[in-house]
Write a protein that binds this ligand. Structure first.
Ligand SMILES: Nc1ncnc2c1ncn2[C@@H]1O[C@H](COP(=O)(O)OP(=O)(O)OP(=O)(O)O)[C@@H](O)[C@H]1O
Ligand SMILES: [Mg+2]
Length: 254
């Protein structure tokens, strides 16, 4: 669970702000992420968690602030910019095409073709089986449309897609919110697997317990501001709750 925060961070967000009308959805937030690290974002509804990671994923353009990826200043003005930096986002409402099978979803928009330019279904299925064998060996439903999959299985298809396309930074916005206990455990196992492979993960969840189990660090936001950014071994669940509720970091109290 402990992280070596040495070397160059995968990502550094520096002083990111974005406002909608008069609302400072994200207000001067700085946060970094190292390889093999899971950083959890916690906070009440409307705290600014999704907005912050949408700036990183290029869905929104930050009004000010800087992104640094692998020690280099990066321009993120669109989802394509973000993806080009090997940042992949998995939203709770997964963008999967229900009527297509796992392989078609994995390669959606980035299909493999034969030398003659035809869709190479056999190779896409073989690649999908290969990556699933690594990520979720119990996955067997390769021939069925993803509408026939459970929530956890759908998550694993979305995660496989990100990993296949060399994601190094994975953003997961409430990946387990709609899942049952067993499915949630499956996604937790996937997160641990990706972490062991050196990916950096930003994870958003409202489940403080789950976050303390899965994350190396937790960052708490309130009203757009970063209240705390602490290694899990340095805080108690109560510390985190007081940051979420009171907007005060007991670790910083004089
Ligand atoms: N596109 C938008 N237009 C206007 N306001 C927005 C937009 N997106 C977010 N906001 C506002 O920004 C603030 C932060 O919202 P955000 O979705 O980031 O919160 P959150 O921490 O992810 O909350 P939740 O836990 O409910 O998902 C809220 O006040 C929200 O209403
Ligand atoms: Mg949100």
């Amino acid at each position: 669970m402990s992280t070596k925060r040495t070397g160059t961070p995968l990502v550094e967000m520096r002083d990111i702000s974005i406002a909608f009308g008069g609302i400072h959805a994200v207000d001067g937030v700085s946060l970094d992420l190292y390889p093999g690290e899971v950083v959890g974002l916690l906070g009440h509804n409307g705290a600014g968690k999704s907005t912050l990671i949408k700036c990183l994923s290029g869905a929104y353009q930050a009004d000010s602030g800087e992104f640094w990826v692998d020690g280099k200043k990066a321009t993120i003005e669109s989802p394509i910019d973000s993806r080009d930096l090997n940042i992949e986002t998995i939203y709770q409402t997964l963008a999967l095409a229900d009527n297509l099978d796992a392989a078609s979803n994995l390669f959606l928009g980035r299909e493999l073709t034969t030398p003659l330019g035809f869709l190479d279904d056999a190779r896409m299925e073989a690649e999908t089986r290969k990556i699933m064998a690594r990520l979720n060996p119990n996955f067997k439903k390769f021939k069925e449309p993803v509408s026939a999959l459970s929530g956890g299985q759908r998550q694993s298809v979305a995660i496989a897609r990100a990993v296949y396309f060399n994601a190094r930074i994975l953003i997961m916005d409430e990946p387990t919110a709609a899942l049952g206990v067993h499915e949630t455990e499956m996604v937790a196992d996937l997160i641990k697997e990706l972490k062991s492979q050196g990916l950096g993960i930003f994870l958003i969840s409202h489940d403080t317990r789950e976050m303390m189990d899965l994350c190396d660090r937790v960052a708490v936001m309130k009203n757009g501001k970063l209240i705390g950014n602490e290694r899990v071994e340095d805080v108690t669940e109560d510390d985190i709750l007081s940051m979420i509720i009171m907007g005060k970091n007991p670790k910083k109290a004089a």
